[in-house]
Design a protein around this ligand. Structure first.
Ligand SMILES: Cc1cc2nc3c(=O)[nH]c(=O)nc-3n(C[C@H](O)[C@H](O)[C@H](O)COP(=O)(O)OP(=O)(O)OC[C@H]3O[C@@H](n4cnc5c(N)ncnc54)[C@H](O)[C@@H]3O)c2cc1C
Length: 256
């Protein structure tokens, strides 16, 4: 445990240190949903990362003089091994980078990556109860926090409110169900925006004030993490602050 903590703290201390691009090897591609894949990357160099951080990935794009760079959150836990990272990529139709990562990258390929970056992080030192709100691929860094706590053996109450189009598009749905069954500290509430009948979801609409208030009153969250498209993040942040959460306890990551 001591070395695990050391890795985590190294990452916290060195956030401002310049980082180098490195060639990571794609060791596995896991199809999560029809539009999202996990790329498992073996890094050459790793100083660790904190749950919730992201890496930049850049790829050559035809007709562009320089490689095009995008940010992708790490969905895996930094323990037991921070030198292997899982990034979760959802295909944005017409995009320059994500369709290539989701449709064309294969095991054995090399990808240029740099990181980790970001202050959207949680460890047990940040306390709880923890309200995690994710929409679409916004669940990726929240999954890192959940997996980290599972590995770490701490037990801060966590409630994930997760918006997807339907069960088929809910990233990590099976693993989340298994983790929820295994750990008392985890509750997952799905909301499906395009499937009004699936009983695996607690809600069947976009994330709104009533939904957040309902979960918040059960959880009595002390810290919240919201991730996804900017409009979802901004609205959920405003709602939580209206419900009385101190703004400094509400952390956000916008995928714009
Ligand atoms: C901190 C951070 C973490 C992130 N983590 C993740 C993650 O874990 N998973 C994930 O899936 N995403 C994540 N993202 C989003 C990701 O970085 C990319 O923005 C996303 O994958 C889209 O990139 P792209 O190159 O495929 O699309 P882009 O090329 O950026 O295009 C985006 C959209 O704009 C349209 N478009 C592009 N150019 C034009 C134009 N000239 N005129 C009109 N329309 C245009 C495209 O058709 C497309 O619909 C994260 C973003 C941030 C900031």
């Amino acid at each position: 445990m001591a070395s695990e903590l050391a890795v985590t703290l190294t990452s916290r201390r060195d956030r401002s240190k310049p980082k180098n691009w490195q060639m990571a090897t794609v060791t596995e591609v896991i199809v999560e949903t029809p539009e999202t894949s996990t790329l498992r990357l073996a890094l050459v160099e790793s100083d660790g990362f904190l749950p919730g951080q992201y890496y930049n990935i850049r790829i050559p794009v035809e007709g562009r003089p320089r490689p095009i760079q995008r940010a992708y959150s790490v969905g895996s836990s930094p323990i037991p091994d921070a030198s292997v990272i899982d990034v979760g990529v959802r295909e944005t139709p017409g995009g320059l980078v994500s369709p290539v990562l989701v449709r064309q990258v294969a095991p054995g390929d090399l990808l240029e990556v740099r990181g980790p970056y970001g202050n959207f992080t949680w460890t047990e030192r940040d306390g709880g109860p923890v309200f995690l709100i994710g929409a679409g691929s916004g669940v990726v860094p929240l999954m890192s926090m959940i997996r980290y706590q599972a590995h770490k053996g701490s037990a801060q109450p966590m409630h994930l409110l997760f918006s997807s189009k339907s069960q088929e598009f809910a990233i990590y749905a099976q693993e989340l169900a298994a983790l929820e069954a295994k750990y008392q500290w985890l509750t997952v509430s799905h909301t499906f925006t395009r499937d009004p009948h699936d009983e695996r979801a607690r809600f069947h609409r976009r994330i709104d004030k009533e939904m957040i208030a309902e979960v918040h009153s059960e959880l009595q969250a002390r810290v919240a993490f919201i991730c996804g498209p900017p409009e979802v993040v901004e609205s959920a942040e405003e709602i939580l602050c209206d419900l009385g959460m101190p703004p400094e306890q509400v952390k956000t990551e916008k995928y714009d």
